[in-house]
Unconditional design. Structure first.
Length: 268
């Protein structure tokens, strides 16, 4: 495997607003991630963060540019094919799970699609339950004893933890986290973030994480990028990132966008 897990070259995306009006969202994004890197992504609303994730995941196709994942050009690859190699979590804990199915049925469906070990949830056996219980126990939420509990009855934190496990049950080449702790209470958010870092680290999963929390962005992973008007305008890593404070980062952002009214609230 190449040490360069993800490569984005000159990614552009414009949406039509009306017959004669367009809205450019991505304006030449260039980005390279090494295998196993956990990179946090920050930027104001409308900076292009979610659209970039949609383009990488295949939900939206770019107008121009190239996406290379683990040495393979996936720029025009269908979303369902990319899903085998790309995991994704959203802000809403209800996305990514089937509420009417049990915990073990949700796990079995994902396991069958990716690992191709058994076709349907009905084929769950003792071996599969043991695997699921073992992985659930690592979440430290007691879910390993609730395999037959409908997912819709879980709390937001429990459901997001399960979604994280579903996305990494068979480790993907790339994990996209789109503000996946923003809708949770502080205690649950801290727990999910710690689990995220642990799981990504254990499985050496290359990860992009959008967050609305600047301090968390600087403390999580080893690299932080900032987007503005559809471009990556800042790329922090190493000692520069380690020594960067929230106030200094905001000042750098003000200088970059030439806006003296920027605050940590306005940034997100």
């Amino acid at each position: 495997m190449s040490s360069e897990a993800l490569l984005l070259r000159n990614i552009h995306k414009t949406f039509e607003v009306g017959k004669s009006e367009t809205n450019p969202i991505l304006n030449g994004v260039d980005l390279s991630l090494s295998t196993g890197e956990l990179v946090t992504v920050i930027g104001s609303n409308g900076a292009g963060k979610s659209t970039l994730f949609n383009v990488i995941a295949g939900t939206t196709l770019p107008d121009k540019g190239q996406i290379i994942l683990d040495g393979e050009d996936i720029t025009w690859q269908q979303e369902r094919r990319r899903a085998r190699n790309i995991g994704r979590l959203f802000q809403d804990p209800t996305q990514g799970t089937a509420p009417d199915l049990t915990i073990e049925e949700n796990l079995a469906l994902v396991y069958s699609k990716v690992a191709r070990r058994f076709p349907l949830a009905l084929a769950i056996g003792h071996r599969e339950r043991s695997i699921f219980a073992e992985r659930l126990a690592k979440l430290d939420m007691g879910l390993e004893t609730r395999l037959r509990t409908p997912v819709g009855t879980l709390s937001g934190g429990q459901r997001q933890a399960l979604t994280l496990l579903l996305a990494t049950l068979v480790p993907p080449k790339l994990l996209l986290l789109d503000e996946h702790t923003a809708a949770l209470d502080p205690i649950a958010a801290k727990k999910i973030l710690a689990l995220t870092v642990e799981i990504a680290g254990v499985h050496n999963i290359t990860t992009l994480m959008v967050t609305h929390n600047i301090l968390s962005a600087l403390e999580t992973g080893t690299r932080t990028i900032m987007m503005h008007k559809g471009r990556v305008v800042m790329d922090l890593r190493g000692k520069e990132r380690e020594q960067m404070t929230v106030e200094e980062l905001l000042e750098r952002y003000r200088e970059q966008v030439q806006d003296n009214l920027v605050t940590d609230r306005l940034l997100f």
